[in-house]
Design a protein around this ligand. Sequence first.
Ligand code: FAD
Length: 435
Amino acid sequence: MMAAVVMAEQGLDIIIADKNQILGRKLRITGKGRCNITNDCDPSEFTNKIVSGNKFLLSSFKKFSNRDLIDYLNSAGLETVTERGGRVFPSSSRAYDVAELFVRRLKELKVPVLFGYTADKLIIDDGAVRGVDGFVSGKKHMLYSDRVLLASGGATYKGTGSDGSGYKLAIQAGHSVKAPLPSLIALKCLEKADCASMQGLTLKNTAIRLYEANKAVFEDFGELMFTDAGITGPTVLSLSRFYISKASFADKVFNDFDSLRPFLRFDQSLYSTLNSDGRFRIELDLKPALDVNELDKRLCGDLGKYSAKLIKNALNDLLPSAMIVPVINRSGIDLYKHVSDISKEERMRLVNAIKHFVLTPLGPDDPDHGIVTQGGVMLNEIDPSTLASKKCKGLYLAGEIIDADGLTGGYNLTVVFSTGRAAGNAISASIAEIS
Ligand SMILES: Cc1cc2nc3c(=O)[nH]c(=O)nc-3n(C[C@H](O)[C@H](O)[C@H](O)COP(=O)(O)OP(=O)(O)OC[C@H]3O[C@@H](n4cnc5c(N)ncnc54)[C@H](O)[C@@H]3O)c2cc1C
C-alpha cells in the first residue's frame, strides 16, 4: 500500500492485486489491534534492533526513517503517541485507522484493487518480468506489466493471506529463499506444569537470558508472561528470534519451491529436536535490582519476620504468590519446612532460585503464530537502494518477503513501510527514465 501510494502520486498506472477481500488484513491486527507502527528511537540506533538485514536496510532507512514515518502519518492526519520503550501507536489505539489511512489515499488516487486474486506465476520473457499469471475465483487472470512489486509478506499467520506462496514467484524468477521460520513467538517449556500454575502472571522488570551450552547468547530486560504451556511477552518474543534460529534447517537455502513447501507448513515436528539434547536453557532473574548479597539480606529480613511460618507461607512479600511454590521447588527445600529450620545453605539455594529461575525452552507454542517470519528472499540478490531483483529485470521485492526482520517494538512495520517506499520510488524513477 505504501509503494502503491508513492507510485500513484507520481502518476504511474498501477494495480494492486491481493488474494484477500480487504487491504492490510495483517496490519489491522498488529499490536493487539493497536498497531505498534514504529519505534521513536534515534534513527542511528534503529538498526541495532534489526536482526537480519541491518546493513541492507540502511539505504531504505536513510531515505525514509522511523521519524519520517511518524511525520508522514501525522501529516496525513493520523495522530500518534509514544509509549514505554519508544513504541509508537496511533492515538486512537486502532490499527484499523492506520490501514484505512492508506485505503483512503489509494481511493483518492483512484488506484484499482483486484481483490481475491491469487498470483500463481510470474510471466517472464528473456530475463525480464512481463506480468503475473494468477486466478480469481478459480478463473485464470493475467496481469501484464513490465514492473512487478512482490510484497506478499512472510509465511506466518497464514490466515491473513501471507501463506508463503510469494516465495514460489521469487524462486521462479531465479531467487533463493533462506528457510522461513517463525519469529517473535511464544515458547513452550518443559516445565509445563509450573508455567500452567502461573498462567496469566505477568512479570515486569525481569531479566531474561538464553544460554546455549552455558554461554549467554541473548539477554533482555522487561516484561514476560506465563501461559498454559510456557512463556510469552515482549522479552520472550525477542528471545524467540534467536532461539528458533538455532533450528537445524535454519541456514538452508532453497532454490526450488517443492523442497521449500514442507517447511512452509510450520509443523510442530520441525522444531521438536531444537532442544532435545538440553543445550538451551532460559534463566529469569526475578530480582535484577538486587545483587546476591542484597537479596540474601532481604530474604533474611523476611525469614526473620515470618520465623513461625512454613517456608511456603513466608515469601509473599518477596514474590508473586503464584511463583512461591515453583521457586521453593527449584531450591530443593521442602515446602512444609518451618522457616526457623532453614539453614544458611538452604537460604542461599533460595537466593539462587530467584536469581536463576530456570526454564527449558522446547519449540514455538504454535509455529504459525510468529509475529514475523525470519528468513525469506536472500538479500544479496536484491539491490538495497532500489529493492530491484538482481535476478529478473523489472521485478522488485519489499516487506516481510525479504530476509530482513527485527525485534519487537515497531521495528518490523518500519522495515515494511521503508522498503515499500524505496521500491515505489525506484519503480517510478525507472519509468521516468525511459519516458
Ligand atoms: C498478530 C501480529 C501482530 C503484529 N504486530 C506488529 C506491530 O505491532 N508492529 C510491527 O512492527 N509489526 C507487527 N507485526 C508484523 C507486521 O504486521 C508484518 O511484518 C507486516 O504486516 C508485513 O507486511 P507485508 O506487507 O510485507 O506483508 P503482509 O502484511 O503479510 O501482506 C502481504 C499481502 O500479500 C498477499 N498475498 C500473499 N501471497 C499472495 C499471492 N500469492 N497472491 C496474491 N496476494 C498474496 C496477502 O493476502 C497479504 O495481504 C505483527 C504481525 C502479526 C501477525
